[in-house]
Write a protein that binds this ligand. Structure first.
Ligand code: CO
Length: 197
């Protein structure tokens, strides 16, 4: 296992490599943050937004929580969305889930996990309301499909936030994208056309 000292050494090596490649990089980054994308993803450590998209720090504004949930009552998420849309003026909001999501799985396994059960309750509700479609699949495909349904639902929720609705009312372009990531092969996939105002 790496020690915390290893993390500082890793940081030093990374910063030096970036400096060598682009001596202006950190100065430019410090002076301006102008990401074009807001990423709402799962907290899962294996799905780091800028790494899997090949983006640099400064290019993507990120919010992550367990199972990439978008709730109209989540002040943390809403504050991030408001800043991203109204101040940074991002044009693309990406809701990115992943197959094999532990949060999605926990919402349907019938066990108690603690506080998180309240957080993921809405995903269990999706599974219940679409049980016919899900039950027609075998077990692994069922979880995968629920991960997709969750992304689509959260993208829909995002499109209904006052912040996105107000932006569209003003004529500001904001597209809401539903993406999913596969841990086994590192590939991202779009689940369909974006939601636009
Ligand atoms: Co997850």
């Amino acid at each position: 296992m790496k020690t915390l000292g290893d993390l500082f050494r890793g940081n030093e090596e990374w910063a030096r490599a970036v400096d060598e490649n682009d001596p202006q990089f950190f100065q430019k980054l410090a002076e301006q943050q102008s990401p074009k994308y807001l990423w709402v993803g799962c907290s899962d450590s294996r799905v780091p937004a800028n790494q899997i998209t090949g983006l640099q720090p400064g290019e993507v504004f990120v919010h992550r929580n367990i199972a990439n949930v978008v709730l109209q009552t989540d002040l943390n998420l809403l504050s991030v969305v408001q800043y991203a849309v109204e101040v940074l003026k991002v044009e693309h909001v990406i809701i990115c889930g992943h197959y094999g999501c532990g949060g999605v799985q926990a919402s349907v396994d019938g066990e108690r996990h603690g506080l998180v059960d309240n957080w993921i309750k809405g995903i269990g509700d999706i599974a219940e309301s679409r049980a016919d479609e899900l039950n027609a699949l075998d077990e692994k495909d069922r979880l995968d499909r629920l991960c997709e349904m969750n992304v689509e639902t959260q993208a829909h929720n995002m499109s209904k936030t006052t912040i996105v609705q107000d932006a569209w009312q003003r004529g500001q372009m904001v597209e809401i994208h539903s993406w999913i990531y596969r841990l086994n092969d590192g590939r991202l996939r779009s689940l369909g056309d974006p939601i636009v105002g």
